[in-house]
Design a binder for this molecule. Sequence first.
Ligand SMILES: [Zn+2]
Ligand SMILES: [Zn+2]
Length: 310
Amino acid sequence: MPTDTKPQPRRPAANRKQLTFQEFGEQRVRKATSTLAWLLSVFLPVPLIAAGFALSTAIGPVMALAVYAGLVAVSWLIVAWRKLRSITPVSRIDWDTAPPYEQTVRAHLSPETDRAVQDALDRFQERGYQASLFRVTCTCGHGEASCTCQMRATAGAALFRGMGRAALLVGDHLLDGDTEMLRFVLAHECTHLTPSRSRITRLVMSAIVDGGMIVGILAPGMTVLPAGAVLVLVCLTARWAIEISCDIPAAHLHGAGAPPLWRLWSQVVARSRWALPWWQLPLRVLWRVLPAHPYVWLRARICRAAYARG
Ligand SMILES: [Zn+2]
Ligand SMILES: [Zn+2]
């Protein structure tokens, strides 16, 4: 089985400002693997708390709350107006470039893997998203034996709610590996799309953004520090709970695919640990204590129990 897919010849996007699907996927992977992205994945409330605190210090808490409430009201009005006028946001992706890219990638997949991918795309379709597959490959340039690209062992979806489109980004280690492992990962991703999980995810995001601003505005003096720490931990716990709630149904269906996934992750994480610039090492230690996703040992234990129950 090929370990890599040759990039298709790029054709210019119809609109100059638009990206081809492949360009979008590559850009998404670059952004998702940046230091800023993983810092924000855990500490997103922190800049919002700081903004709320600065606003409150400058104009007082009552005025700061009024200004923030005004901003929220204006953003809601804009959304409502766009809905009322049926304005579809201009896509930054030329979606016409997605099918030929996906065909090139899928032509190299085994029939079982292709079926697993198609099943996942069908689940997206049922939830109102026309999804296209993007194959995540190595971007670190370290060579196969020492590659540090963690996204090659993961899957994730970029959703474009207003357009009913989605990009399903799947690592090549999954596409070229054990099919049951791929099915487990894809079942987890599809569970994220269920209405209950989507609603809870939106609630958590709103708690992070609004909660961060409100804590920053209302917490007096240095109490902002413990209040902010509590908010970070509450948001992290909620996000861990969502991840575990997606693991359990995936493990019921394809739990045999979970152990090879944890093994693959451990290998990639161990390789990537020492390939970091020295100044990132303390941050990564912090990230090991407070990762954006639950600890692997915890997920492994829960999935094992869910699979055993069947
Ligand atoms: Zn790599
Ligand atoms: Zn997840």
